[in-house]
Design a protein around this ligand. Structure first.
Ligand SMILES: *[C@@H]1O[C@H](CO)[C@@H](O)[C@H](O)[C@H]1NC(C)=O
Ligand SMILES: *[C@@H]1O[C@H](CO)[C@@H](O)[C@H](O)[C@H]1NC(C)=O
Ligand SMILES: *[C@@H]1O[C@H](CO)[C@@H](O)[C@H](O)[C@H]1NC(C)=O
Ligand SMILES: *[C@@H]1O[C@H](CO)[C@@H](O)[C@H](O)[C@H]1NC(C)=O
Ligand SMILES: *[C@@H]1O[C@H](CO)[C@@H](O)[C@H](O)[C@H]1NC(C)=O
Length: 621
C-alpha cells in the first residue's frame, strides 16, 4: 500500500458537526498537540465515497435553469435526484476489500441509505493502522476545544478516485462552547421608541418597499414555502417580534414562525447575551413582514447539548447525505436528537426558498468536503429550491470566529496575506447576497447610478474595524458557466486595478456575490429594545423574501417555483440596479474589489427591482 493522498484529518466530537465549526479546524497552528491518543479509544469513522454523476447533475441543473432552454423550470422529483446520483456497487466492494486487508471484517461496516457513505467504529489503533497515521489529543488555542486528530492520513492510490474524505469522531468529549457568527450588529443606537430617522439614515420596512418596489399585497399560495436556517442556540423572541410587528406590520402581531426542529432544535431563552437573539429576531421580523401573510419556517438546527450546522440541516433534507447510526456492538453516546436508530435523516422537506445568513471560512475545510456538501445544494436546486446565502461583512477577509482571517497571513490579525473566501457563498449552486448602503448627501460628488442611489456596503464598527461587503473568488470552486462572460467583462474593466492585487486571489474561482441588498442600519427589536443592525445578514432575508413573493405570483399563474435563479439573472442583469461605486476591504487592502458597471466582486449584478424581476420571471414558463 503506497501512500498517495495527503489529506488533513480533522477528528472531533461529531464528524460532520465538528468540521462545520467556524474555527479553522484544519489550521494546525491553531491547535496545541499533547499526548498520543489511547489505543483503545473508540472512533466513529465515516468514509464518504465519491458521488457518481456529479457532472450529469451540473449539466442538468444548468439546462433546467437556463431561460432559453425548452427544459426551463422542469425540476426533478426527489426520486429522480436519488437515481441520478446512485452509486456504482463495485466502489463499495473495493473499499470493503481494503478494510478487510487491514483485518476489519465487513460485518462491522454499515452502508448509508444512499450507498455513498460507509460507517464503522474503530479503535484508535485500528484506525491508525488502516490510515497509516498517529492520533493525538489536541486543544484549540482560542476556544479550549479538545479533540483527537491526526495530521496526514493515507489511502491506497487505487481508491483515490473513489473516496471523497474520511471523518472520524470520538464519541465522548467535552469542550467549552464559544458562539461564533459572522453577523455584524452595531448597537450604536439604542432608543426606546421607533427611530424617527429618514431612509438615508436607517432601514425600515417602508424604506425597503420603496427602494426595491416590493408590493404589500401578494396573496400567499398554499404550495409556497419559505425557510430560514438558524443553528442552536440562536433564537427569536416572541415579544420582540410582536413589538416590531406592532409598530410596522400590525396584522402579524401574535404570529410566529413555524419551527422545524432538526436534531433536537429548540428555542432557548436562558442565555443572557444579546448576540443569541439579534440574528433570528432580525431575520424573522423582516422576512415575515415582507412576505406577510406567507408562513415562514424556522429551520432550527441543533439541540441543548449540540450545536447545529449546515451538515445537519442538509442531512435532514436528504437522508442519503445522512450518517448511518453507529455500530450497536459498542457503547456509543449519541448526541441529543439522535439515538441508535435515528438522527433526523430526511425528516424535513426543503422549502422553496431557503435563507442562510451564516457563513464559514472556506479554508477551514478540505476541498473534497466542500465539493461534496456543495453537491447537496445542487440537489436542492435540481428540485426547485432557491438557496440564498449572505456574503459576510469582512470584505475580502472572513470572520473565522476570532476576527478577520486571511490566508498565509504572517500577522494572524487579518491585515495581510491572501484573500479568504467565504463558504457557502462560494458554492456555485447558491445565490450569494452582498451588501449596499445609501449614498449620503456628503457623497454627492459621486455620481449615483441611474437606477439607484446605493453604493457598496462599508462601515466602521464599534471596535474600530472596517466592515464591508463580502466578495471575491473561491479557491475551491471553479467559475460556473453562467457567470463566465460577466466575470470576464469585469476583469477587462478592472484590468489595471486587479493586476495590483492579483497575488491575493484565485482568478479562476467562482466569483461572488451574485446580487446585493441594502445592509446598513436596519431598525430591529431585540430583547425589548429598538436597535440598528447592519450586515449582509440583514440583506439576505430581504432578497429571499422577494423571491418568495415572486414564487407565490408564479404559482397563482399555475407555474412552478423559480428554483435556481443565477443563470436567469446573469443573462438578464437589467432586472437589477447596477451598483457603480464603493469597494470592499480586507487583508490590508483598502480598495480591494471595486463596484463597476455590470457584475463585480463586491455587489454582484446589483440590487433587486421587484417590478422588473417579476416581469422577467412571470414571462418564463
Ligand atoms: C399544490 O401542489 C400539488 C402537488 O403538486 C398539486 O396537486 C396542487 O394542485 C397544488 N395546489 C394548488 C392550489 O395549486
Ligand atoms: C436552559 O434551558 C434548558 C432547556 O430549556 C435547560 O435544560 C437548562 O437547564 C437551562 N439552563 C439554565 C442555566 O437555566
Ligand atoms: C429514536 O428517535 C426517533 C426519532 O426521534 C424515535 O422515533 C425512535 O423511537 C427513537 N428510537 C429509540 C430506540 O429510542
Ligand atoms: C437619488 O437621490 C436623489 C436625491 O434624493 C433623487 O432625486 C433621485 O430620484 C434618486 N435616484 C433614484 C434612482 O432613486
Ligand atoms: C484556484 O481555484 C481552482 C478552482 O477554482 C483550484 O483548482 C486551484 O487549486 C486554486 N488555486 C489556489 C492557489 O488555491
Amino acid at each position: 500500500m503506497r501512500p498517495s493522498l495527503l489529506l488533513l484529518c480533522a477528528i472531533s466530537r461529531y464528524s460532520g458537526a465538528a468540521l462545520l465549526r467556524q474555527e479553522s479546524s484544519l489550521d494546525p497552528s491553531q491547535w496545541d498537540r499533547s499526548h498520543e491518543a489511547d489505543a483503545n479509544q473508540l472512533l466513529q469513522v465515516s468514509i464518504a465515497l465519491t458521488i457518481q454523476n456529479a457532472d450529469i447533475g451540473v449539466e442538468t441543473l444548468l439546462r433546467i435553469s437556463d431561460p432559453t432552454s425548452p427544459d426551463y423550470g422542469q425540476h426533478l422529483s426527489a426520486e429522480d435526484v436519488v437515481r441520478m446520483f446512485e452509486h456504482e456497487p463495485k466502489t463499495v466492494f473495493h473499499v470493503v476489500e481494503w478494510l478487510g486487508k487491514s483485518g476489519i471484517d465487513q460485518s462491522r461496516v454499515q452502508l448509508s441509505y444512499g450507498g455513498d457513505r460507509l460507517t464503522l467504529n474503530l479503535r484508535v489503533q485500528e484506525a491508525a493502522r488502516l490510515l497509516e497515521t498517529t492520533f493525538y489529543h489536541q486543544t484549540h488555542r482560542e476556544t479550549g476545544r479538545k479533540q483527537i486528530a491526526c495530521q496526514d492520513y493515507h489511502i491506497p492510490e487505487s481508491l483515490a478516485g473513489s473516496i471523497d474524505y474520511i471523518l472520524a469522531a470520538s464519541p465522548v468529549q467535552t469542550h467549552k462552547r464559544i458562539p461564533r457568527q459572522q453577523v455584524v450588529l452595531n448597537d450604536r443606537v439604542t432608543a426606546t421608541a421607533p427611530l424617527p430617522l429618514g431612509c438615508l439614515k436607517s432601514t425600515t420596512l417602508a424604506c425597503l418597499r420603496a427602494l426595491y418596489r416590493i408590493p404589500e399585497d401578494v396573496p400567499p399560495h398554499p404550495n409556497n414555502s419559505f425557510g430560514i436556517f438558524e443553528p442552536s442556540w440562536f433564537s427569536w423572541v416572541p415579544e420582540d417580534l410582536d413589538k416590531f410587528f406592532g409598530q410596522f406590520q400590525r396584522d402579524l402581531v401574535g404570529h410566529r414562525p413555524r419551527v422545524d426542529a432538526v436534531n433536537g432544535g429548540y428555542l432557548q431563552r436562558n442565555m443572557t447575551e444579546s448576540i443569541w437573539y439579534q440574528e433570528p429576531n432580525l431575520d424573522f421580523e423582516y422576512a415575515m413582514a415582507l412576505t406577510s401573510p406567507q408562513e415562514v419556517t424556522n429551520v432550527q438546527v441543533g439541540s441543548y447539548g449540540r450545536t447545529g450546522n449546515l451538515h445537519d440541516m442538509l442531512a435532514a433534507f436528504d437522508k442519503y447525505y445522512c450518517m448511518t447510526p453507529g455500530d450497536k456492538k459498542y457503547p456509543i453516546t449519541y448526541p441529543p436528537g439522535c439515538n441508535a436508530t435515528a438522527c433526523d435523516c430526511g425528516s424535513s422537506s426543503p422549502p422553496k426558498v431557503l435563507s442562510i445568513s451564516w457563513g464559514w471560512t472556506e479554508a477551514a475545510f478540505t476541498p473534497n468536503y466542500l465539493q461534496r456538501q456543495c453537491l447537496e445544494f445542487l440537489k436542492l436546486a435540481l428540485m426547485g429550491t432557491t438557496v440564498i446565502v449572505s456574503a459576510s461583512d469582512y470584505g475580502t477577509a472572513t470572520n473565522n470566529g476570532c476576527g478577520p482571517f486571511c490566508l498565509d497571513d504572517p500577522t494572524g490579525s487579518g491585515t495581510e496575506g491572501r484573500f479568504s473566501p467565504m463558504y457557502p457563498s462560494s458554492c456555485p449552486w447558491v445565490t450569494s447576497v452582498g451588501g449596499t448602503q445609501m449614498l449620503q448627501p456628503t457623497d454627492r460628488r459621486i455620481a449615483p447610478a441611474p437606477t439607484t442611489n446605493e453604493t457598496a456596503f462599508r462601515q466602521k464598527g464599534t471596535s474600530g474595524n472596517t466592515f464591508s461587503s463580502g466578495g471575491g473568488f473561491s479557491n475551491v470552486f471553479l467559475a460556473p458557466p453562467y457567470q463566465i462572460s460577466n466575470v470576464a467583462t469585469y476583469k477587462d474593466i478592472e484590468q489595471e486595478h486587479l493586476a495590483e492585487i492579483q497575488d491575493r486571489f484565485n482568478s479562476t474561482g467562482r466569483g461572488y456575490p451574485d446580487v446585493a441588498v441594502r445592509a446598513d442600519n436596519y431598525a430591529i427589536v431585540s430583547q425589548g429594545n429598538w436597535k440598528l443592525a447592519s450586515g449582509t445578514s440583514a440583506s439576505n432575508p430581504v432578497f429571499a423574501s422577494i423571491i418568495t413573493l415572486i414564487n407565490s405570483e408564479r404559482m397563482h399563474m399555475g407555474k412552478g417555483p423559480v428554483g435556481f435563479i443565477n443563470p436567469v439573472l446573469y443573462s438578464n442583469p437589467d432586472v437589477l440596479n447596477d451598483i457603480l461605486t464603493g469597494a470592499n476591504q480586507g487583508c490590508g487592502v483598502d480598495q480591494a474589489f471595486r463596484a463597476t458597471r455590470g457584475w463585480d466582486a463586491v455587489t454582484g449584478l446589483g440590487s433587486p427591482d421587484y417590478e422588473r424581476m417579476r416581469q422577467l420571471f412571470m414571462s418564463l414558463p
